[in-house]
Design a protein around this ligand. Structure first.
Ligand code: GCU
Length: 625
């Protein structure tokens, strides 16, 4: 009832019914048009390439946080958006004629970055809105714009600065940047965010996932200053072919046509300068001498300076080519076999969303120890810290858009959401040499609507980035002891990914010995998932499910089977480390963790770890490269 009490009425003598009627006549038109009751509509967030390479004012740390399961901080009792919602961060005054029923300063904090589920036992299962508030000091500068950079907010989020709406976003695994130049004051400021991890039927992902729905501001949040005209996105990569030519483009936001862009690689004494066109984009192409190509064995990164007007970015980029030739995957023109492992962004030891350099180094360090040259980062775009570490450590990456299991594939707005997440994923991470594959989806049903949906996504991805390969993890059909990979979606892919669980969800480990494969496509195949569950430390006979011995037996038999698939060019067993999942309740064994890791969430290596490690280090699986 409070929204009514907060407003001063000229008709104070009139009955409540009359007041309600007058009010709805005035306010309803304002509120019916979508979510913002703010004077000026908030601008849509933008994508910034290499945002983590720009100087930034960190907003990480403790944020006052208030749970709001009914979202009453934003919606009135008639579910209309409030003009005086909690985004005002109002402080109660003694003579207020109405109560203020929230106070961020008194509210127990939540850490940012971080999911809220693992910060308090009471929040482990919480799905709904939580409000965040953080104070910061800022002094605006001449010719300077300010952006609020959000590494990720799961799932829907709304942001206000000093009570002014600055943006809203949907999608839990990609970064976005909201302009706050007009909203900040000189001196004391505050930012309020509402984050809601409620799963949506028309969401991307949808209602069902085999990972924990970690909510919150799960990745770093900061303020980034840029000049009036600035570099928002850029793409720099090595052109396919013999000669070493760097090609790509640089896009300037709000620059005058004809503005100049300069790209320089000091270590190679190479630089180019060119002008932007009417679309704000400068096309880049220049030769380089003495380039050391990036590869897992030689993860060479170059400092690259980009300059345009008042703006400058120094990025760290590796240069390599990736392509296919028949059923071969060629890295820098040579056939490569992808010895991989699948990884969720689950933090080792503490569990929860991974978001630190340490998390990345631990997870990718284990992958290197396993003998990997490749990782499948599942099932959503991972943090820039993970991708920077993969660049540094020399691990090829499969990056995935969270089109997972069943979505409303015939719903145009769902397509737009998936397409937008793809734009953010590619726009943000396009210059990582480590990323060789953009995966469009995982285990989606073979229906016409689905195929059309993902074919359109794949064409979008090719339009955004023609220098990488497009893949997806397909389901297989079974006829007798033959696995058949002929999902129609395969036609739209450069590389076929396929998931199978011979020995776990079907049959026994030795069933793999008699399993044949029929692949309907003359394309490289990656076995993007296989494996089985084991509780670390639980031992028994090879045929005792959940024991380390059973899991190890699955791997032994799988490796034999995989070597019998002629066009196998890679694999990413499921998975590196146990991870939290709401679908895994088996008490004493799973305890809400998917136990298919080769390592437990507490770092205990299971027997199967050394089985796979030996095969990778001996290169006894897959075609030797
Ligand atoms: C599926 C799915 C994974 C899931 C795994 C499992 O294939 O892609 O997300 O965790 O199987 O069942 O463990």
């Amino acid at each position: 009832m409070d929204s009514f009490q907060s407003l001063r009425f000229p008709f104070s003598g009139a009955s409540l019914a009359v007041k309600i009627f007058i009010l709805s006549a005035i306010v309803a038109p304002i509120l019916s048009h979508g979510i913002s009751a703010q004077p000026s509509p908030a601008s849509a967030p933008i994508i910034l390439t290499g945002a983590d390479r720009r100087p930034a004012i960190s907003l990480n740390g403790d944020w006052g946080a208030i749970l709001d399961p009914y979202f009453s901080g934003l919606f009135s009792f008639h579910h209309q958006e409030k003009a005086n919602g909690w985004f005002l961060n109002r402080k109660a005054k003694p003579d207020d004629p109405f109560p203020t029923e929230y106070d961020f300063a008194k509210a127990p904090p939540l850490k940012v970055p971080g999911d809220w589920n693992t910060q308090r036992d009471s929040l482990l299962y919480y799905e709904g809105p939580i409000w965040y508030e953080h104070d910061f000091t800022y002094h605006p500068k001449e010719n300077t714009r300010l952006y609020l950079h959000v590494g990720a907010a799961n799932y829907r989020s709304w942001f206000w600065v000093n009570g002014k709406k600055v943006c809203e976003h949907e999608g839990g695994f990609t970064s976005f940047n909201c302009e706050v130049t007009q909203a900040v004051h000189d001196g004391a400021n505050f930012v309020v965010a509402a984050v809601d991890n409620t799963r949506l039927e028309d969401g991307v992902p949808g209602l069902e996932t085999d990972w924990w729905n970690y909510g919150g501001l799960t990745r770093a949040v900061s303020l980034i200053e840029v000049p009036r005209a600035f570099i928002d996105q850029y793409d720099l990569h090595l052109a396919r072919g013999e000669d070493a030519n760097i090609e790509g483009w640089v896009h300037l936001e709000d620059a005058q046509p004809g503005a100049t862009v300069e790209v320089e690689i000091p270590a190679l004494s190479a630089r180019t300068s060119t002008t932007i066109g009417d679309d704000g984009r400068a096309v880049i192409r220049f030769p380089v001498q003495g380039l050391e190509r990036w590869s897992p064995d030689t993860p060479k990164l170059y400092k690259v300076n980009l300059r345009a007007g008042q703006d400058a970015i120094e990025d760290l980029i590796g240069f390599r080519t990736i392509e296919t030739r028949g059923t071969e995957i060629l890295l820098n023109g040579k056939p490569v076999f992808l010895r991989g492992i699948a990884i969720h962004a689950e933090a080792p030891y503490r569990t929860g969303r991974a978001n630190t350099d340490k998390d990345a180094e631990t997870l990718l360090g284990w992958a290197k120890e396993l003998g990997c040259n490749f990782v499948r980062l599942a099932h959503y775009p991972h943090d820039e810290t993970m991708l920077r570490a993969a660049d540094r450590m020399g691990l090829l990456v499969w990056s995935e858009n969270p089109v997972y299991w069943a979505l409303q594939f015939d719903n145009a707005s769902v397509f737009q959401k998936a397409e937008h997440q793809l734009e953010e994923e590619i726009g943000t991470s396009r210059n990582h040499a480590a990323i060789i594959l953009w995966s469009m989806a995982n285990e989606t049903p073979n229906t016409e609507a689905r195929t059309h949906f993902i074919e359109s996504l794949a064409s979008k991805a090719r339009a955004l980035d023609s220098s990488r390969l497009i893949t997806a993890a397909l389901l297989v059909r079974t006829q007798g002891n033959t696995k058949i990979v002929d999902d129609t979606l395969g036609q739209a892919l450069d590389v076929i990914g396929t998931n199978e669980y011979v020995g776990w969800y079907e049959g026994h480990p030795e069933s793999a010995d008699t399993t044949e494969w029929h692949i309907a496509y003359q394309k490289p195949l990656i076995m993007s998932e296989f494996g089985g569950g084991a509780k670390a430390g639980l031992h028994g006979a090879d045929q005792d499910r959940w024991t380390e011995e059973y899991q190890a037996s699955i791997y032994r038999h799988q490796l034999g089977m995989l070597n019998r698939i002629p066009q196998l060019r890679g694999m990413s067993p499921w998975c590196l480390m146990d991870f939290r999942s709401p679908n895994r309740p088996l008490t004493g064994i799973q305890d809400e963790f998917n136990r298919k890791g080769l390592i437990s969430d507490q770092g205990q290596k299971k027997a199967a770890f050394s089985i796979l490690q030996k095969a990778y280090l001996d290169k006894s699986v897959g075609k030797p490269d």
